[in-house]
Write a protein that binds this ligand. Structure first.
Ligand SMILES: NC(=O)NCCC[C@H](N)C(=O)O
Length: 409
């Protein structure tokens, strides 16, 4: 590789160079109505249609000069060493709480026939009881009856690559996720940054790791500029994680000077900050009007002796963003223009969740036509993609992408 850094993201809007995606896999075919809520889905997607939509999304990125990397490929390339592969399987099964010696043995036999890519796809998809041949009950845990049809749960949310780890500057946070169902997603990041040839010797700092006691998810982590981050305190991210992140960044001399903590309502519709607020140009942001009333913003800066200086911002969001980003003005573009019915409908379908691929140029779901028309009227260039199946997991283009490298904005 050239002298480019492995990770380099100092804004939400600089031209996107390299991005990480996950093509929806068989995990979506292990969602059933009974377990849908726990798996964080609101409906059952059609895998083939979801893949078509996702491929079209990836194509838009490639057509715009973006290098697209796939999580499943990087993960497979990270476990080429036999011992690493073995360790990975052990850790994965342990964290999945697979119990029963017979079950574990049958799963390991099942995996032994698979090459690395097939293994990763299978671990992502989960394993049904009916897939295990030659299964012999050996322990009480194997023998006790259970109606549960899976021996290994699927990781249904992997195509939302934004959340399990997140890039900030030249480093990453490997996230302690809020929910049990998403926590194993971060094992892939652990192995990629430890063992993948592209990343292992690149000295990528890990600002927060997956064993933290408080949670944070990438949808709450927004890099507004080289100096300013916005982090949501949300249904998924604890205030304590924001403080830890601030300390780690300030201690390690990254360029960041201010963290704006956005305290947003804790609800499923607004699960992360990026479901209600994204940056789309130097001075333009999308926002869902539903959070403007209840929103409180705190600014966190470096205090004395390693302490943090925390202040509650009293100004309007426009003014405080302009002040911290050193701009004369900023414009907030309201989801569906603020119409209470259209805004609620379109935010639910990720109308505020844009992926910016260059200043003033974003990828959006075509279905949010009221918001899209307003963005176009404001001079934003839109790449519209279909998201009828993808949106059933409640995430949009920003949620489905993790930028690894952006040009300076
Ligand atoms: N950044 C995001 O808002 N990601 C969307 C995640 C959706 C997923 N079904 C979840 O509930 O975690």
């Amino acid at each position: 590789m050239s002298n480019e850094k492995a990770i380099d993201v100092t804004s939400e809007i600089g031209k996107l160079k390299t991005v990480l995606l996950h093509r929806p896999g068989r995990e979506l075919e292990n969602i059933t109505p009974d377990f849908m809520e726990r798996l964080l889905f609101d409906d059952i997607p059609d895998l083939e249609a979801a893949r078509k939509e996702h491929d079209a999304f990836a194509q838009v990125l490639k057509d715009n000069g973006v290098e697209v990397l796939y999580l499943e490929e990087l993960a497979a390339e990270s476990i080429e060493d036999k011992e690493v592969r073995q360790k990975f399987i052990e850790q994965f099964l342990e964290e999945a709480h697979v119990s029963g010696e017979g079950t574990i043995k049958a799963l390991k036999d099942h995996f032994s026939d698979l090459d690395n890519k097939e293994l990763i796809d299978t671990l992502m998809a989960g394993v049904r009881k009916t897939e295990l041949k030659d299964y012999k009950a050996e322990s009480l845990a194997d023998m006790a009856s259970s109606d549960y049809p899976l021996v290994l749960d699927p990781l249904t949310n992997l195509y939302f690559t934004r959340d399990p780890f997140a890039t900030i500057g030249t480093g990453i946070t490997i996230n302690q996720m809020r929910t049990e169902t998403r926590n194993r997603e971060t094992i892939f990041a652990e192995y990629i940054f430890k063992y993948h040839p592209r990343f292992k010797d690149a000295g990528v700092p890990i600002w927060l790791n997956r064993d933290e006691k408080t949670s944070i998810e990438g949808g709450d982590e927004l890099v507004l500029s080289e100096k300013v981050l916005a982090v949501g305190i949300s249904q998924r991210t604890d205030a304590a994680s924001v403080e830890k992140l601030a300390k780690r960044l300030f201690e390690n001399n990254e360029s960041f000077e201010t963290i704006l903590a956005f305290d947003i309502p804790k609800s499923r519709a607004f699960m992360h900050l990026d479901t209600v607020f994204t940056m789309i140009d130097h001075d333009k942001f999308t926002i869902h009007p539903g959070i403007e009333g209840p929103l409180t913003v705190f600014s966190i800066t470096k205090g004395k002796d390693g302490d943090l200086e925390i202040e509650r911002e009293r100004d309007t969001l426009e003014h405080l963003l302009a002040k911290h980003l050193e701009l004369d003005n900023v414009e907030l573009i309201r989801c569906a223009g603020g119409d209470p019915i259209d805004a609620a409908r379109e935010q639910w379908n990720d109308g505020s969740n844009t992926l910016t691929i260059a200043p003033g140029e974003v990828v959006v779901y075509a279905r949010n036509h009221v918001t899209n028309r307003i963005l176009e009227e404001k001079g934003i260039k839109l790449h519209k993609v279909e998201g009828t199946e993808l949106v059933r997991g409640r995430g949009g283009p920003r949620c489905m992408s993790m930028p690894l490298i952006r040009e300076k904005a």
